[in-house]
Design a protein around this ligand. Structure first.
Ligand code: F6P
Length: 344
């Protein structure tokens, strides 16, 4: 078989481990893997690179993607015919598309509308892709945020300050909930369970009344600034949406911090972790998960299970229809309930 591999959408740690796993699985069984550069753009513009022993060697621990990525959408760009023609011209028996839920949706459409032999692999630090328990990239982001919270603890404690930490996650609070629990946050604010400014102030004040002079508040970028009056707003750096049509997010920590400082009188500082959460070396958990995903995608290609996405349920690798990916997966609120036991 000749199997193409592409990475699309935002990058995340573990992409190279997944690419390597598809390529090495193929080589082991006498098949060939080919890298498609810059996501679906590579198919439309004939941009390929070999995935052989040399190119996939030494990349397991590297962040980013050796294939580069893009937000190129064949349907929006009127390039579906070019993409379909590339399958014939390149002799691809299968293409593995590694991406988030948006890429899974594009992949579904190309498979259903044109019958292209496509398989999806879910990746994102946000862990919001439906149909699977965990995406790779998430564990690394949680580790980065946990390390940051640990560091913020010592300085917060020294200065009797509130530290408001803003983390990524788009419309979900997976990173905030997991890193908040792991780092012992004193308050976690996520989109799935809105908290008003007044409630957050009450939590922080109760803590201070109990003799704790500092607090760490973790807030997900997609959480709204809301008030008991019913007023609420999504905080955005700019009003425009990003290239996928999602609202651009960022700034909730600064907005929340100024409300907290004004209402409680406690000195407050803001940390926005931003793309640091997405860069650098994947954790061992993400390297393993990405390798399992890559190997599973290869098995699906071999079995001709097109239109499916590799998935993990519990500890079991499996496959689900690409359509399942599109339902945004929200935080398991039991995790948040447990994290709350440590708030005061
Ligand atoms: O989906 C991954 C993610 O990092 C989100 O958590 C974040 O909202 C968004 O991408 C940032 O996108 P960009 O890299 O375009 O700024």
């Amino acid at each position: 078989m000749r199997i193409g591999v592409l990475t699309a959408g935002g990058d995340c740690p573990g992409l190279n481990a997944a690419i390597r796993a598809v390529a090495r699985s193929a080589m082991q069984r006498g098949d060939e893997a080919v890298g498609i550069r810059r996501g679906y753009r590579g198919l439309a513009e004939d941009d390929y690179m070999p995935l052989d022993m040399r190119t996939v060697s030494g990349i397991l621990h590297q962040g980013g993607t050796i294939l580069s990525t893009s937000s190129f959408e064949p349907i929006r760009e009127n390039a579906v015919d070019k993409v379909a023609a590339a399958f014939g011209a390149q002799g691809f028996d299968a293409v593995v598309a590694i991406g988030g839920e948006h890429t899974m949706e594009i992949t579904r459409q190309l498979h259903e509308d044109r019958g292209l032999p496509l398989i999806g692999v879910p990746k994102t630090i946000d862990n919001d892709v439906g149909g699977t328990d965990f995406t790779f990239g998430f564990d690394t982001a949680v580790q980065v945020v946990t390390d940051a919270i640990d560091r913020l603890h010592t300085t917060a404690q020294s200065h009797d300050r509130i530290m408001v930490v803003e983390v990524m996650g788009r419309s979900t609070g997976w990173i905030a909930a997991y890193a908040g629990l792991a780092g012992g946050a004193d308050c976690i604010v996520i989109p799935e369970q809105p908290m008003t400014v007044e409630e957050i102030c009450r939590d922080v004040t109760r803590r201070h009344d109990r003799g704790k002079d500092f607090s760490i508040v973790v807030v997900a970028e997609g959480a709204k600034l809301s008030f008991e009056s019913g007023e609420e707003r999504l905080v955005q750096p700019v009003k425009e949406s990003d290239e996928y049509g999602y609202p651009r997010l960022g700034g909730i920590a600064a907005a929340l911090a100024s409300e907290l400082e004004e209402r409680t009188g406690y000195e407050t500082r803001v940390t926005v972790l931003g793309h640091v959460q997405r860069g650098g070396t994947p954790t061992s958990t993400d390297r393993v998960l990405a390798s399992l995903y890559g190997a599973q995608a290869y098995e699906l290609a071999k079995a001709g299970e097109f239109g499916k996405m590799a998935a993990i349920h519990g500890r079991q690798m499996t496959a689900v229809p690409l359509a399942d990916a599109v339902k945004v997966k929200q935080v398991d609120l039991r995790v948040l309930e447990i994290a709350k036991r440590f708030f005061t």
